[in-house]
Design a protein around this ligand. Structure first.
Ligand SMILES: Cc1cc2nc3c(=O)[nH]c(=O)nc-3n(C[C@H](O)[C@H](O)[C@H](O)COP(=O)(O)OP(=O)(O)OC[C@H]3O[C@@H](n4cnc5c(N)ncnc54)[C@H](O)[C@@H]3O)c2cc1C
Length: 299
């Protein structure tokens, strides 16, 4: 058993009990977190993180919540959300150093302003730097690791480590980052280019995403991971799941690997669609689809 009231006594940042997580996710779905913590600064985060491990408290780190499905029952434990104080973006020569809470699209824009090329693909991915690294986010055949030089992390002992990206193993939407690491900062290596051309490329790639993906309804991006052997959207199409509805959630008629919240959807509605798609694809193609979205809480 644990007592979250104890933690409230030592925090310096913002701390809430029974906070709805709905508005912290792009899906606009989910129950309450038992506790929700926004650290004031690194020292605050360190203290609480040590306390969490010492007392074996369940916890989860939130970025912008754009790849997350929170259970209708919420989360029993403490949600940590990095915010101000962790969102700096500093450009130096061909390198960018960005805090984990900085928006990825903002970092891409900053790169463009400094005539740095390599980050254009990331402009339309709606997460934070921390979330993008944790997910090895990518699109248009490029992943965040391709420009990542190093990451700065906090571990459960309260120690800060700088790890070269090349020391880690990166795969499609995953890596071997340790479970107890909180990403604090990332260093990117880009190249000098033409600022106007960079802007054109960013806008062009973003327009491609807007054309093919359902930005008009709350969603959490791709539901399942793609694989070299197949395109998930095609498999979902072929099992006649385009437009399939469960409660207030729907397989997007625009892009079958997206599930959209039609308004007031429950996490269970989304989960039912995920299970149904998995079942149909397994039956027809003997392929086991692997969800890309991260579940938070009990399902
Ligand atoms: C409309 C739309 C389009 C999208 N398009 C793409 C796309 O093209 N390509 C793509 O890859 N994704 C895409 N996504 C999914 C999502 O935006 C990415 O996965 C993004 O990188 C998640 O970042 P986030 O800050 O929202 O992380 P969250 O969703 O909040 O969290 C994702 C994971 O990262 C972990 N995490 C977050 N911050 C930290 C930290 N500081 N330290 C340790 N772990 C952390 C969380 O614990 C969680 O496991 C899309 C989503 C939407 C809604």
């Amino acid at each position: 058993m644990y007592n979250l009231k104890e933690i409230k006594k030592i925090v310096k940042g913002e701390f809430f009990f029974y906070k709805s997580l709905k508005d912290y996710t792009s899906f606009k779905i989910g129950g309450e977190a038992e506790a929700f913590f926004i650290p004031k600064d690194l020292e605050d985060l360190k203290e609480i993180y040590k306390f969490i491990f010492k007392n074996k408290l369940p916890y989860f780190i939130f970025g912008n919540g754009t790849n997350i499905l929170v259970s209708d029952q919420g989360f029993k434990g403490i949600i940590i959300k990095l915010n101000k104080g962790f969102d700096s973006i500093i450009v130096s020569g061909e390198e960018i150093s960005a805090g984990a809470a900085a928006d990825l699209s903002k970092a891409a824009k900053e790169a463009q302003k400094h005539s740095l090329t390599g980050m254009e693909f990331a402009f339309a991915i709606p997460g934070t730097i921390g979330g993008a690294i944790a997910m090895n986010a990518g699109c248009f055949n490029q992943e965040i690791v391709s420009i990542l030089k190093e990451i700065k992390v906090l571990d459960k002992k309260g120690e800060i480590k700088v790890i070269p990206a090349s020391n880690l193993k990166w795969e499609y939407r995953k890596s071997n980052l340790k479970k107890d690491w909180i990403i604090l900062e990332a260093g990117f290596k880009l190249k000098h280019g033409d600022s106007k051309e960079i802007l054109e490329k960013m806008n062009y790639l973003r327009s491609l995403k807007f054309k093919s993906q359902p930005y008009d309804f709350p969603n959490a991006g791709s539901i399942f991971k793609n694989n070299e052997g197949y395109k998930v959207w095609e498999l979902i199409e072929k099992v006649n799941a385009r437009g399939l509805i469960s409660g207030k959630a729907q397989v997007s008629p625009k892009h079958t690997n997206f599930i959209i919240n039609l308004g007031g959807a429950k996490a269970q509605d989304v989960w039912n669609l995920i299970l149904e798609i998995k079942k149909r694809v397994k039956q027809k193609f003997k392929i086991k689809l692997d969800p890309e979205i991260i579940k938070v809480g009990k399902f």
